[in-house]
Design a protein around this ligand. Sequence first.
Ligand code: ADP
Ligand code: MG
Length: 288
Amino acid sequence: MTRTASDTMPTGTTGGTPQILLSHHLKQLKLPTVLREYEKVARECAEAGVDHPRYLLRLIELELIDRERRTVERRIRAARFPAVKSFDTFDFTAIPGLNKMLVLELARCEYILRRDNIIALGNSGTGKTHVALALGLSACQKGFTVTFTTAASLVSQLLEARDERRLLKLQRDLASVKLLIIDELGYVPLSSTGAELLFETFSQRYERGSTIVTSNLPFEDWTSVLGSERLTGALLDRLTHHVSILTMNGDSYRLKQSAARRRNPSSGAEQNQATPNVDPDTGEILTP
Ligand code: ADP
Ligand code: MG
C-alpha cells in the first residue's frame, strides 16, 4: 500500500492553526531556516509589496545559504583541525622565502581537482602548520572533504586499527578523503611497521586524492624517520610525482614574537599567548 500524506500528518489537516502544521512539515522536509524566517520575511515582503513568488524565492535563498554554511561547518568539524587558521591572519612578510603567489593559487584548491600534493618544508615555527591549516580550511569552504592529522598520530591510529582488525576500513577512509593533511613528518622516528603502514597510505592515495605533508626535515633526511632507503625512495616517488613544494625556512615566528614582547611587553595583547621566556619549540628557557 502506498503511503499517503495524510498518514504522516497530524490530525486536523484541514482545520486548526496552519502554523502548527507548517512547522511540522518544514521540520520533516528539513527546512529549518524557512521555519525560522517565514513569518519575518512575510511581514517584510508585505510591507514592501513583494509578490508571492519573490517571497518564496527569498525564503528558499536563505535556506540555501544557511545549508551551505552548515555543510562547511560540518566539514570543518570532520577535518579535526587542532585550530582553525586562515590566510587572513598569516603574515607573508614574516617569511619572505615563501612563494606567496603560489600559496594563494593553492588556496583556490584547483590542485585538489588535479589530485596533486603539497609539501611544506622548513625549520620549526615558520608557519608550516598554519599554512596547512589554512589550506585545509579553504578546501572545506570549497566543498572538499579534509582530514588533518600528524604523522605520529596517523601511524599510531594505523597500528591500533591493525591490532583491532579494522585496518582496511581505516585505510579506505583515508584513501577516500579529498585532502589528507599529514603534519610534522620528521619529529618522531617511526617503527618499521609504522613506516610501512604510512607508505601504504600514500600508495593508496596516489592519484586518487591530494596529500599535504609538512616536515622539519629536508628530503635527504627522511630516511632517518622512515628507516629504510628503499621505502623512502618509493614514498617520495609517489608523493612528489605531482607536487608543489613550499620552502619555509626562516626565523621561528614564535621566537620572533616572544623576543618582540620582551622588548616591548605592552604590545603583546593581540599576539600569541606563548610563555614569553620559554621557546615553545624546544621548551628551552631563554635568557631575558
Ligand atoms: P611550524 O608548523 O612551522 O612549526 P606554526 O605554523 O605552528 O609553525 O607556527 C607557530 C605559531 O606562529 C603559530 O601560532 C602560527 O599561527 C604563528 N605563525 C607562524 N608564522 C606566521 C606568519 N607568517 N604569520 C602569522 N602567524 C604565524
Ligand atoms: Mg607545525
